[in-house]
Design a protein around this ligand. Structure first.
Ligand code: HEC
Length: 164
């Protein structure tokens, strides 16, 4: 099954789509024991993570204060410090400063269960089990992309170098 339809379906059929094609596609080492991605999606919306992050599948999560969380399963590090693994992500979410001292990510009032659920959701983003974390996808590996993965900024005339 191609992953693209799952992603496209997220905004429309979030909980159904997650049940149908989200979590079971997550590779074993990125599965979060006790975490539920559908609940995590709701917790992400409730805690306003989208005020600072781009998060696919979360309505209104289009801010660039922090790094975009798209393709999270392919990321090598959490907070630039620890290998990207479920227990490290959960530790970061519960207490960003403990993982990444001086981090601009605020400590949010998350319950342990909510952090597990949020981590489970983030690992449904961009699973590419056959490609090592951090490696670019070869042509065709990402499936059919209906639009560029990172859209050009609208406030900058296309083609003009940054800073001009
Ligand atoms: C006030 C803005 C703000 C809010 C709200 C916020 N974050 Fe962050 N977040 C940041 C910043 C800034 C960073 C980068 C700092 C770092 O990586 O240490 C970050 C980093 C992260 C990272 C690590 C990114 C990486 O590339 O390693 C994750 C994961 C994350 N945030 C998830 C969340 C989740 C989930 C929520 C909601 C529960 C949330 N953030 C709420 C600002 C925010």
């Amino acid at each position: 099954m191609s992953r693209t339809p799952c992603r496209l379906a997220l905004p429309l059929l979030a909980s159904l789509a997650l049940g149908a094609c989200g979590e079971e596609a997550v590779p074993a080492e990125l599965r979060v024991a006790g975490g539920d991605a559908a609940r995590g999606r709701i917790a992400i919306a409730e805690h306003g993570c989208g005020a600072c992050h781009v998060i696919p599948g979360i309505e209104g999560a289009v801010a660039w204060v922090g790094p975009p969380l798209m393709e999270w399963a392919r990321r090598s590090y959490v907070g630039g410090r620890l290998p990207n693994a479920p227990q490290n992500l959960v530790a970061f979410l519960l207490d960003p400063q403990s993982v990444s001292p001086g981090s601009a990510m605020p400590a949010l009032p998350l319950q342990q269960g909510e952090a597990l659920d949020i981590a489970a959701y983030l690992y449904t983003l961009g699973q590419a089990p056959h490609v090592p974390a951090g490696q670019p996808l070869a042509p065709g590996e990402a499936g059919t992309q209906p639009e560029p993965r990172i859209r050009p900024r609208l406030d900058r005339p296309e083609g003009r170098p940054l800073g001009q």
